[in-house]
Design a protein around this ligand. Sequence first.
Ligand SMILES: *Cc1c(COP(=O)(O)O)cnc(C)c1O
Length: 421
Amino acid sequence: MQKRIYLCLAHMSGNEQKFIQEAFDTNWVVPLGPNVNGFEEDLKQFVNSVPSESNNPHREVVALSAGTAAIHLALVACGVHAGDEVICQSFTFCASSNPVTYVGATPVFVDSEKESWNMDPELLEQAIIDCKAKTGQYPKAIIPVALYGMPYRIEEIMAIANKYSIPVIEDAAEGMGSRWKGQVLGTFGDYGILSFNGNKMITTSGGGALVCKDAASRQTIMWYATQAREAYPYYQHEAIGFNYRMSNICAGIGRGQMTVLDDHLNHHKHIAQCYREAFSQIDGITFHDAPSTDYDSNYWLCTILLDEQLHIHGEEKAYAEAVHGAVGGAAGVVHGGGNVHTDCEPNRNVEAMRLILDQAGIESRPLWKPMHKQPVYKNSPAYINGVSEALFKRGLCLPSGPMVSDEDVAYIIEQIRLAIK
Ligand SMILES: *Cc1c(COP(=O)(O)O)cnc(C)c1O
């Protein structure tokens, strides 16, 4: 059987089982315990690691059942209620904005700037001013996203957020270990999200964490994450809580994974360098690179843009084949699509490239379709400059994970060259 090369498969260090075994041996098979504490300690050390002690962000960390749960709790802790508005980067995975709807608030989508592909600070300010004019209230939070690991323009975003006193919830789910001027993403805003889903920089099988700015907010998050129990000998509840704490078994995997986090980061950056060099030699394809050395991306997923003029074998019939493969596949898609076309889809040369790579045993994926183009969000306000939609139409994510070898990259590049007419 042909080997398959995936976007980002989990990779175990070999230390995970020791921590899990310990949990069983000591009967800590619950959503708290020594692994959870140990994992949080490791994460805390990691997020606070900076080149010089002077800008140590001194953050606290709570381990949770998912990155999505972390965003949900951050919104609750920011006091976001039904009817409020929350600004969210449009160019993202749905988990950034879905929790806004869980609390009954409305996401207000903000488009990207061309360089980092992340939240455009100018549009952000326009959205804030407009929101105040229309509703009489400022938005309750701002969610920038480190898409594919690339840092956002955090200094400008923080300056605007501070000007209007709006909390920032950094979605660094894809950006674990990415840094802005040396400081780890997730440690700039009021809260920072990390994800340890199976395909992220490290995995706990499923899980996430919330980086908190101080011990008091950590305490609040912990309380909400464990059903908001009051200190009585019996169950007493004065607020609605959630069951979002991480399991001690998952945290055992996390502790093992922390021993290879630096290796993973280095590997992703190395793969990025291989692609960078290769695509500098191929006309019509652009590797998405960091705008400057301030942006230290983890290159969680390496991405490319195809020129519209680039011709790919089979592009005439690319969409005729379409989407069968998606339903029931590894990604857990269970709804069969209706029509193959939507009003916003990748260009046919991109779809043709995806199909050719798929035939060659290489998984690739279009960029995330912007939230403001998703039918489910058609009623949400959006501040748009066309950037994310244009990127979505031209882009592909390529295999980038710890299981991707130099030989794999060479093979992928070769297949891409062959696909070009
Ligand atoms: C994966 C992801 C999340 C959510 O993380 P889970 O742990 O899968 O719930 C949030 N935001 C972005 C941008 C993501 O890619």
